[in-house]
Design a protein around this ligand. Structure first.
Ligand code: HEM
Length: 324
């Protein structure tokens, strides 16, 4: 089934799409969760959702960064020349993602600690700014990779920021999707009225994404014709998800959330494929020497060592847990 057919390296592509979707779930919780906790702190609202979210944010950021490594590796394999060129063109501005993540990490620990309200607000504001910056940077990199005709002029002008008009509605589309993904995950730890509030946020997130998608479409934003089937599936999944949210608002502790989660997961998978479609035409076959130097024994050794180390850490931590 398209796009897992023809010239595209099927396995790498499937692994890229699957791991990218997982990454999106975690970073959505981080970005939208930090923003949510900030708004509630500015409103001085005594909100159990915000307290629970603050508590989980550092862990979720760790998961988001770790889950970003796998799609990063597959992305480099799939689009080598384009990925590295975009990295080099953006240079230090792209490198700023790393300090932003470090500052964001510390800010989340500060927001979680027992501290004054003012300091907590400041930490959440800094964290939100850092994560929006990181999201913007990824969107810019994604677009610059596909804009080969702009590379020469950008290099000649020593420009570090690629300011194509499509970047901002695309970022808005992502911010809406992130709000919804956050609402889905956070709802599993909430009940009653809290779930109802998250359902409203879930719907608001989708409304933001739809508006941004319409702006993108009007400006000729990229939608590859071959992805139409996946787009229809995406629209159907979003409609079912919306029904699930309305059900959750009526009966917060019913099965509505299960429906939302299933439909939301399907929507995420379809959206990652629709998102990838315009770039598939840019895939280049691997160079012969690179294909020959695949290094499977090293990969296998690393895999076994990795599994053994993780098992050892897991067992060591379990053995320190007091017996129940
Ligand atoms: C809180 C931190 C982060 C946020 C908010 C974030 C957000 C995003 C967003 C919004 C995109 C989609 C860009 C687009 O389609 O326009 C994206 C893509 C991606 N992110 Fe993250 N990200 C974060 C951290 C990371 C880290 C640390 C890594 C790597 C270790 C990573 C790896 C990736 C990869 C590989 C892609 C796919 C890029 C592409 O396909 O062009 N992200 N991220």
């Amino acid at each position: 089934m398209w796009p897992f057919t023809g010239e595209a390296p099927t396995l790498w592509l499937a692994l890229y799409l699957g791991t990218f979707a997982l990454h999106a779930v975690f970073v959505s919780y981080v970005l939208a969760g930090t923003g949510y906790a900030l708004v509630q702190s500015l409103r001085k609202a005594d909100d159990p959702i915000a307290a629970a979210v603050r508590d989980r944010l550092p862990f979720m950021l760790g998961c988001g960064i770790t889950a970003g490594v796998a799609p990063l590796l597959f992305l480099q394999l799939l689009y080598q020349r384009r990925f590295y060129t975009a990295n080099l063109l953006m240079g230090p501005r792209w490198g700023a993602v790393v300090p932003a993540l470090i500052v964001g990490f510390y800010a989340l620990y500060l927001a979680k600690a027992k501290t004054s309200q003012r300091l907590r607000r400041l930490a959440l504001a800094v964290g939100t700014a850092c994560f929006v910056f990181v999201a913007w940077s990824w969107t810019e990199l994604d677009q610059l990779m596909q804009a080969e005709p702009a590379w020469r002029a950008m290099y000649a002008a020593g420009q570090r920021i690629y300011g194509a008009a499509a970047i901002y509605p695309r970022l808005l589309l992502w911010l809406g999707a992130m709000l919804t993904l956050f609402a889905i995950v956070a709802s599993w730890w909430a009940t009653g009225g809290e779930r109802r509030r998250l359902a409203i946020l879930g719907l608001v997130g989708r409304a933001i994404s739809v508006i941004a998608a319409l702006v993108l479409a009007r400006s000729g934003g990229a939608l590859d014709g071959s992805a139409h089937g996946w787009l229809y599936l995406l629209i159907a999944a979003l409609a079912i998800e919306a029904g699930g949210w309305l059900w959750t608002m009526r009966t917060p502790d019913g099965a509505g959330l299960t429906l939302v989660t299933g439909a939301g997961a399907a929507a995420l998978v379809c959206a990652t494929i629709v998102r990838e479609a315009p770039r598939l035409a840019l895939l280049e076959p691997p160079r012969a020497e690179a294909a020959a130097a695949a290094g499977f024994p090293v990969f296998a050794l690393t895999l076994v060592t990795g599994i053994a180390t993780i098992t050892w850490i897991w067992r060591a931590i379990r053995s320190t847990r007091p017996a129940e």
